[in-house]
Design a protein around this ligand. Sequence first.
Ligand code: PLP
Length: 394
Amino acid sequence: MSKTWRPATQLVHGGTLRSQYSETSEAIYLTQGFVYDSAEAAEARFKGETEGYIYARYGSPTNDMFEKRMCAMEGAEEARATASGMAAVAAAILCQVKAGDHIVAARALFGSCRWVVETLAPKYGIECTLVDGRHLENWEKAIRPNTKVFFLESPTNPTLEVVDIAGVAKLANQVGAKVVVDNVFATPIFQKPLELGAHIVVYSATKHIDGQGRSLGGVILSDTEWVNEHLQDYYRHTGPAMSPFTAWTLLKGLETLPLRVKQQTENAGKIADFLAEQKQVAKVIYPGRKDHPQADIVASQMKGGSTLVAIELKGGKEAAFALQNALEIVKISNNLGDAKSLITHPATTTHKNLTDEARAELGISPGTVRLSAGIEDTDDLIEDFAQALSKIKA
Ligand SMILES: Cc1ncc(COP(=O)(O)O)c(C=O)c1O
């Protein structure tokens, strides 16, 4: 693996380990364990005196390839692959806190992520303050002497708010806290949180990294020191490891990630521009548009727009449901990042567990729908929206 390769090359070749058969495609090592040449060799492996695999819950060759390829892409020293995005989020946060510690998190989080910091962590004596993450002063005001972790996603699900990652990292460094960024919406193609000063990056690889609706997966990326000090034992002994078969599908996903994200972003941008002009639409939020409320931060930390668009319909829930039901190519699904265009109504699906007030704080109204643009032909998608909107009263 060459450090000088550009991302598209890393995503095809990075981390490849070839067996004695010199296969073209990465091999799937579906094994739980590994055998040793002698009892002495087993002892040395367990003592850490020799390199090699011990047990698939700790690490295995196909997972290793996926982890190394992700490290090359992200500029991280270490990665650990997990069975889902939520396993990655929970492990990245919980492995580094103890009773009496404090977490500051942006309130605009994916529902399960918010449950981890708002509901689960306090059960173990870890306090959490949720802030409006768009404004740096809110992060600063929330800091306490026992603050250990800052957690955010940017852009957020579903209303595509952005958080100034470099600004939050600067605050965290002043108090010795670690910044964990859920980079799912930005994708590794458009945003590099570690370069912006974050300490830990997590992904739901279920989304763009697989991108073809096949596998659940996640990954945690950081530096060797943090992984050795916090994550290594947590990961080995609580068992969130990814299946090697999943790691293989994700390796295939990484090969085409830039091509898919490029086409999805182009589609999302063109659909956003089209929808912004339609009489049934009250508002379109899209990080690639000049009218995004935080267009300056988008420009400073993201290399591209997004594959997602938040759309607010004038006709509230009735119009949101009518639009979804009338679309023919775009499918109704709460997943995102897929090659297929998907649409969801956050208030009744992904964010249904929040109170009305909490949803309103996040800008999720009864008329909000979230589009995840796929890789289909742009004109077909625009025509699909045009025919669906024509069935909705303005
Ligand atoms: C922003 C974000 N983080 C984390 C997750 C969790 O990922 P997974 O479903 O792979 O557990 C999701 C899933 O929708 C998400 O949108």
